[in-house]
Design a protein around this ligand. Structure first.
Ligand code: ADP
Ligand code: ASP
Ligand code: MG
Length: 420
């Protein structure tokens, strides 16, 4: 592995720069950090709910706004944020320059709205650092080989932070946000959630992909691949947060469950009376793939009369696309009818030793049962057990399952938790 440089990459999320006052406070924070880390690259997201507002604006002029023009629109939010932060730094006498993805050579593929970074040409960034400037880069966006603007998907500022850190071989990628680090549950839902001092990349990827939006899973994947440690910490104070890294220190025995997470942005599709013969499931999932619809969980059950049921879970944004396909499947005799249920949510427990520790799933189901919460579907993998339940019960479910695995009395049991 290549040796890390003295460069630090800090990524500030939208909540950290939501108002002009917060932008000034972040400028102040950056100025303080410069004393310790003079070579600082900062990646910034759009202010507050700007991206949501831009999406809502597009929906007022088009029914399903997407593609190239949507990215032209969404990328504007980040440009506002970086220029304001550079102005605020210059106002304090700190040399700073803001750069868009095009200006600092962040190349992506051409998959508008869900683009993937292919390369970063670090020359401009390095020359600006050499000139003694703080380099402030737009998160979430890139450009294709023909200079079309792309975006990386919602929450993609984290991916930019990770990719820039990897390209620069930074000593750390700091994800600066509105919570103290990665906790055992969303602290806005569970008041007593525990702050982890250290997590492995694998645990973090699993937590993030099951709904803990504090970090984008692809950001952790990039840093894992390039061996860059991540430090998730608060934007509003300088206390240590959660270190995410790999290596021998991280393979020690850890708590079986490190998090309880919720995914509220899902929908469930059930296809009824599906003929029990080869090729039917292939046809359904080929059609979904052809529409670019990513399926997260599949349950197929056969019944005695050669007709079965296929249930699958997808991201809520794909529910309309799946509903359209149901019409086609009915016409072709694949199903007698299909139901799209948008009032569902998924609760997951995550941990590296889940599969090798008996009884954890039973404890999760027991905690839900005690609250009278019905489980609709269950899935499990090596590091996760997930249940689909009614959307309006999700917060109560998370609190109950969290209480089961993190009762106050068990505080500090995990080897690498330092209670502060
Ligand atoms: P940013 O604007 O910095 O990108 P996000 O809103 O994307 O911030 O992510 C931070 C939020 O993630 C927190 O405010 C918190 O509500 C939520 N969150 C969900 N699960 C967790 C968890 N396990 N640990 C910490 N935060 C979590
Ligand atoms: N501004 C983008 C979003 O709201 C990217 C990000 O915040 O990371 O999704
Ligand atoms: Mg985010």
């Amino acid at each position: 592995m290549t040796r890390s440089t003295d460069i630090v990459v800090q990524k500030y999320g939208g909540s950290s720069v939501a108002t002009p006052e917060k932008v000034r406070a972040i400028a102040e924070r950056i100025a303080t950090c410069l004393a310790e880390t003079p070579r600082l690259v900062v990646v910034v997201s759009a202010m507050g709910k700007t991206t949501d507002q831009l999406v809502a604006l597009a929906q007022q002029v088009a029914r399903r706004p997407r593609g190239r023009e949507m990215d032209m629109l969404l990328a504007t939010g980040e440009q506002v944020a970086v220029s304001l932060l550079a102005l605020a730094l210059q106002d304090r006498g700190v040399a700073a320059i803001s750069l868009t993805a095009a200006q600092c050579g962040i190349r992506t593929d051409g998959a508008f709205n869900i683009a993937r970074i292919q390369s970063i040409d670090t020359r401009r960034i390095l020359s600006e650092l050499d000139a003694g400037r703080v380099v402030i880069i737009t998160g979430f966006q890139g450009v294709t080989g023909v200079d079309d603007v792309t975006t990386l998907g919602r929450g993609g500022g984290d991916i930019t932070g990770a990719a820039v850190a990897a390209a620069l071989q930074a000593s750390v990628c700091e994800i600066c946000t509105d919570v103290d680090g990665v906790l055992s549950a969303d602290p806005n839902v569970v008041a007593g959630a525990r702050l982890w001092r250290e997590l492995s990349f694998e645990e973090t990827i699993e937590l993030a992909s099951s709904g803990a939006k504090v970090l984008h899973p692809r950001a952790a994947e990039v840093c894992m691949a390039y061996g860059i440690p991540i430090h998730v910490r608060s934007s509003f104070h300088r206390n240590e947060g959660t270190w995410i890294r790999g290596g021998p220190d991280m393979v020690m025995e850890q708590a079986a469950v490190v998090g309880v997470s919720a995914d509220k942005k899902i929908a469930k599709v059930t296809l009824l009376n599906v003929p029990d013969r080869p090729g039917v499931a292939a046809r359904v999932f080929q059609d979904l793939a052809a529409e670019g619809i990513n399926v997260r969980l599949i349950i197929q059950s056969a019944s005695a009369d050669d007709r079965g049921r296929i249930t699958f879970i997808l991201d809520a944004e794909y529910a309309d696309g799946a509903a359209q396909l149901i019409g086609r499947w009915k016409a072709d005799g694949i199903t007698s009818d299909g139901i799209v249920d948008r009032n569902v949510a998924k609760i997951s427990i995550v941990g590296a030793r889940l599969q090798s520790t008996p009884g954890l799933a039973a404890r999760m189901f027991g905690a839900l049962a005690r609250e009278g919460i019905n489980i609709d579907c269950i899935s499990s993998s090596e590091m996760k057990v997930a249940c689909v339940i009614a959307a309006d019960e999700i917060d109560r479910a998370v609190r109950s399952v969290h209480d089961e695995f993190f009762p106050a009395a068990a505080a500090g049991q995990r080897a690498n938790v330092l209670s502060s």
